[in-house]
Ligand binder design. Structure first.
Ligand SMILES: *Cc1c(COP(=O)(O)O)cnc(C)c1O
Length: 375
């Protein structure tokens, strides 16, 4: 079964095979594996040992985003969040429930974040200390480049946290060139094609040291993770980790390096998105975004405007042909979404296109124009 979803992604058999062993996380065989991984992800983000730490946290992307909010924003502090879509909404909720004050910045979700609008919002409210940006908005598929947004954050002396969960490992990132970034967050199971179970932040050491005691949570405190690893070494976890996911991630990063690293990963995803976009058009369907704003991570495609359309039946039909897509959508109008990331190729996208064409015909869908019914 090929997962065509924006995480957890299809993985290579070598990655899954790495799980077939038991590990004790405090054992001397395991600790160097974790220590090496932390340095590797820090380096991948563009960090250095002097300035940045790679911090592992058990669990999913939401957990590490909450941890970054709690660690770097004191209770009651304001977080400006450009309203890019479903995942910026999640950051807003995480901030609110952690007792911080999210300030949504309304914007056109189908265009990249406008750095000037961020600058204006920061100028209008001197109490806003941080900006929280979603790099690849998985709700829409639009990419929001952190470099121009970061430049205005830096120029106004503010700080930034970056949800790079569906971007890290494929889209460009250099935390050393963006010192305004307190932390960049990502997980093991998206563009670096590991298994689910592990999240990371790459964070500035000076900011970690200045942020002790903010979190109001022991579980979700990046500063505590940092200080513990200074005491007991970078191979140690505070609590039991998904040890097999750690070992599998090492294999996934070896494959990543062998493929040619970040540029090769991005090139494959771009080729996947090209093949998918052209494929959907070739069978009469309509991607939701114009080609020039469609990012390489996830694509929403308008549901066909036909009474025979049914998302779950479409998903089931595709599944019987070996392709699994999401059975929900995040767009205002009915759509289906297809992930372009994971251990998949343009050839897989062409196979998916044929399967989608066949399933629509079997369902009796005749009109493939975009649905105009509101969801
Ligand atoms: C997947 C994703 C998340 C959340 O990840 P979980 O691991 O499901 O918690 C957050 N932000 C973005 C942009 C994502 O794509």
């Amino acid at each position: 079964m090929l997962l065509l979803i924006p995480g957890p992604v299809s993985t290579r058999p070598e990655v899954r095979a790495a799980m077939a062993q038991d590990y004790a996380p405090w054992d001397n065989e395991f600790r160097p594996i974790l220590a090496e991984l932390r340095a590797r992800v820090r380096d991948l983000a563009g960090g250095t040992a002097e300035t940045h730490a790679g911090l592992p946290l058990q669990g999913c992307g939401h957990f590490v985003t909450e941890a970054a909010i709690r660690t770097f924003l004191p209770p009651g502090a304001k977080l400006l969040v450009p309203a890019t879509g479903a995942y910026s909404d999640r950051m807003i909720r995480l901030a609110r429930e952690a007792g911080r004050v999210p300030v949504p910045l309304a914007m056109d979700p189908h265009a990249p974040v406008n750095a000037e609008a961020v600058a204006a919002a920061l100028a209008a409210d001197p109490m806003i200390g941080h900006v929280g940006l979603v790099y690849s908005e998985t709700g829409t598929g639009v990419i929001h480049d952190p470099a121009p947004v970061g430049a205005v954050v830096r120029a106004t002396g503010r700080r930034m946290i970056l949800d790079a969960i569906s971007a890290f490992g494929a889209l460009p990132l250099d935390v050393s060139a963006q010192p305004e970034l307190d932390a960049v967050m990502f997980t093991s199971n998206k563009c670096i094609e590991g298994l689910p179970g592990l999240a990371f932040a790459v964070a500035r050491i000076d900011r970690l040291e200045a942020s002790m005691g903010h979190a109001g949570s022991w579980s979700f405190d990046l500063a505590d993770i940092y200080s513990m690893s200074k005491r007991t070494g970078p191979g140690s976890f505070r609590f039991t980790p998904a040890a097999q996911a750690v070992v599998a991630l090492r294999v996934a990063l070896d494959i990543y390096d062998a493929e040619g690293g970040r540029p090769a990963r991005l090139a494959r995803y771009l080729a996947n998105a090209d093949a998918l976009y052209a494929g959907m058009q070739s069978i009469g369907l309509h991607p939701c975004l114009p080609r020039e704003v469609q990012g390489p991570i996830v694509m929403n495609i308008h549901a066909p405007d036909d009474a025979a359309w049914n998302l779950q039946r479409f998903v089931d039909g595709l599944k019987s042909r070996g392709y699994l897509i999401s059975n929900f959508y995040n767009t205002p109008m009915p759509s289906f979404r297809v992930g372009c990331i994971g251990a998949v190729t343009p050839e897989d996208m062409r196979g998916f296109t044929i399967a989608a064409d066949t399933v629509l015909t079997e369902m009796g869908v005749r009109n493939r124009e975009a649905s105009r019914r509101a969801a």
